[in-house]
Design a protein around this ligand. Structure first.
Ligand code: PGA
Length: 252
């Protein structure tokens, strides 16, 4: 049985003081949840968020990392640095990183392998644009992104990663994919893993849906057989994120 996940992606929101307040408020609300609770916070918030989360079931993740350990890479943060302060998860290849900051499939593959080698759990993102969906190439596109991201990753390692399917047209737009649209693509990602590796690996890997998940639609989405939880942006910035954790929890 795959354990459900409620992961927040705070994006570029929250000062360290605000992060501390939100984590402190969430702690009692999500205590004892059967699902995994992860908050992926801005780099500057990490240490304060970790401190606030101490003794709780809230895990703190980052939103990006570079694949080199150190050196002349102005503005970047390495996986080693994340690990040194106690980060457990890192989002890799979010569509905003791909679209706004020009990350390529090759960069994402390098980051993913680096995160795995350090023992960080990557949450690797994929998803099509509205134009690609309208052209009918969603399946082909998502398969390609998954395949490229996983080049050189073993079956043993792939079981530990988390994949997030996030259709770009549903991110921050209030336009959620229908449960059947979300399930269809999460199912095809699982099929893709079975084809690249084997059925056992496909049955173990956790696949999240992301894109305008909120406390109202979470339970229905998370009840789908191939959706193991959500990567939540806007709705993870409030205490009501606890309702999304509970939606995942009821299904776990
Ligand atoms: P959203 O963002 O929930 O605000 O649509 C999701 C994401 O980009 O991870």
């Amino acid at each position: 049985m795959r354990r459900k996940i409620a992961a927040g992606n705070w994006k570029m929101n929250m000062t360290p003081a605000e992060a501390e307040a939100l984590i402190t408020g969430l702690k009692p609300e999500v205590e004892g949840a059967g699902s995994e609770v992860i908050c992926c916070v801005p780099a500057i918030d990490i240490e304060r968020a970790l401190k606030a989360a101490e003794g709780s079931n809230i895990q703190i993740g980052a939103q990006n990392m570079f694949y080199e350990a150190k050196g002349a890479y102005t503005g970047e943060i390495s996986g080693e640095m994340l690990l040194s302060v106690g980060v457990s998860h890192v989002i890799i290849g979010h569509s905003e990183r791909r679209g706004i900051f020009g990350e390529t499939d090759e960069d994402i593959n390098k980051k993913l392998k680096k995160a795995i080698s350090l023992g960080l759990t990557p949450i690797v993102c994929c998803g099509e644009s509205l134009e690609q969906r309208e052209k009918g190439i969603t399946e082909e596109w998502v398969r390609m992104q998954v395949k490229e991201a996983l080049i050189g990753v073993s079956a043993e390692d792939v079981k530990r990663i988390i994949i997030a399917y996030e259709p770009i047209w549903a991110i921050g737009t209030g336009k959620t994919a229908t449960t059947s649209e979300a399930e269809e693509v999460c199912g095809l990602i699982r099929e893709c893993i079975a084809a690249l590796y084997d059925q056992e690996t496909a049955d173990e890997i956790r696949i999240l849906y992301g894109g305008s998940v909120n406390e109202k639609n979470a339970a229905e989405l998370f009840a789908m057989p191939d959706i193991d939880g959500g990567l939540v942006g806007g709705a993870s910035l409030k205490l009501s994120f606890a309702e999304i954790v509970k939606a995942a929890d009821k299904i776990s």
